[in-house]
Design a protein around this ligand. Sequence first.
Ligand SMILES: O=C(O)CCC(=O)C(=O)O
Length: 249
Amino acid sequence: MRHHVCEFLEREHGFVVDQAQISIPKKLTMSFRELRLRDCFADLAHAAPLVSELLHDRPWKRPRHWGTVLFTLPNATNWTLPHKLWHLDLPRFAMDQFGTPGVQLFLCLKTVRPGGGATLAIAGSHRIGNDLGHDLGSAPYRQHLARRHPWFRELFARQSRPNRTARFTCTTEVGGIPLEVVELTGEPGDLYLMDMRMLHVAAPNASGTARIMLSERLILEEARRRVYPSSAALTPPHGSSTNPTCVSS
Ligand SMILES: O=C(O)CCC(=O)C(=O)O
């Protein structure tokens, strides 16, 4: 999968992935969509059994084409912990109604070192907010957390205190739940499967090279119907699938 991205960047943009590039090609606001549509990342589907296990074998939506490229050029001299844009890609459902409502995959296509633009996630945050009275989107959910817990209030605050990074990257009990900001760093081939109840955010890239990862969101059918009530229900495809909980769209 990595070679498709490297070959595309070099052919279309003259961008050599493993070279530290001082000047960035102007055209480099590229879309990797063509690679997805050509099924260059279809091997991500090998994670399907793990996803099914995490979703307790309940039906989930299998993508027609797998993999979105997460690409971040070097964009900072010093790495800082973001205070804004922490989000969820699904609502935080009332009373934790679905448990894990989906799994997001993150696959390193090259080495991603600390400070090198890796997505940040709050480990343990899937256990916070399980008592909400109604579904909340990311912005009201952030407000809810900030009202309740000083830890979140400080994380989301524009004014940063000394040792901010150290404070949030060590484990702290918040409402009885251990939380910690982690960077999804790794070596080529390392794969993260993230519970979609976990707050996360894009991070600055203070390294000399591009951050390149693949991602995919795999959403529980019940949760998808809740978010998109008019979407069609999943029906088993003709000929049946090898994994009965995964259905092609
Ligand atoms: O690391 C990134 O580029 C951000 C990923 C993200 O926030 C998402 O996929 O929802």
